[in-house]
Design a protein around this ligand. Sequence first.
Ligand code: HEM
Length: 344
Amino acid sequence: MVAAAVAVVALTWLWAALVQLVWRPYAAARAFTRQGVRGPAYRFFVGNNEEVKAMRAATSGVTLDLRSHDFISRVMPHYRAWTSRYGKVFLSWYGSKPTLCVGDYDMVKRVLSDRSGLYAKTDPGPEILALLGMGLVFTEGDDWARHRRVVHPAFAMDKLKSMTGTMAACAAEVIGAWAARAAAKGNNKKFFTIEVGQQFQELTADVISHTAFGSSFRQGKEVFLAQRELQFIRLERKVRGTLMEIIHERLAAAKESRGYGTDLLGLMLEANAAGGGKRVIMSMDEIIDECKTFFFAGHDTPHIAPPHLGHVPPWHTPGVTMVLYETLRLYGAVIMVGRVAWPR
Ligand code: HEM
């Protein structure tokens, strides 16, 4: 009797594994081939993972020519190889999971502007969720719309423009430090090397600390540092505790009619307090998650761009916007955006 039960369980398990690892990949590949979408062949269980690993290993030591902007062949060699072989839309395999890579502009636009919920956001997993929080980047549907209502006013053009002075002051501080280092070298040693990547990371952390948390920027910077550490160890409580502290100070200030503040947090809290603060749109936890999102989404992306601005020849103010757009086009800080085309 027991042996029979064990056999049934084992057979059921085997059947489910066969469906998942053999039948589904075969059926999905066939369905895509019929639509003219090709790609690297599925390998049992591992999909294309081994090929991706091998291609990455082969290019990991390559140093790009300073004048070359072709970083995709260095960062995502498999993507380069497969687009040239199979076209802008191809099917690859993350283990037994079919992954449709879409590089066709109209198709990307259709997926990203879809509001029917057909293309869900990818599951961030517990580590990323701890880092970014369940903010705008991961929320969906009604929750996303509710969060947007609160966060959107903080990103109005006039509000952002009023923050440019703060941003320029942060940049001036960095340049001032460089100038001081040059001066300290004395007259005959005016040239010195700076690791700009790290400097810009610091700069964008300062900018987001000031623009998101205004006068509370020191606590903001603490959150940022804790959040950075959180990537390696668990500092969730520290991040949450400090953010709570900042938010409570703002709520107290608003109660005493001193206002919520003109930074991103203040503007967000103001929009949240619909009906004079009696009825809020987002909970404290949700506000905290949006703060985490600002920090991570607002820092880890722009710091990539400025170092590349240095590659362009000397430019003048009217060309700055064009240079910025071109830099973002060539060195997009987000190289891939994922969506799931089936219900989770
Ligand atoms: C060069 C700089 C930046 C780049 C390349 C960039 C890129 C992106 C991309 C591609 C998305 C869409 C993600 C998806 O749909 O899955 C996104 C969303 C978002 N980003 Fe950025 N970002 C940048 C700067 C910032 C900054 C400075 C902030 C905040 C201070 C920010 C906050 C957000 C937020 C809140 C979302 C979610 C928007 C929503 O779904 O309504 N980003 N960003």
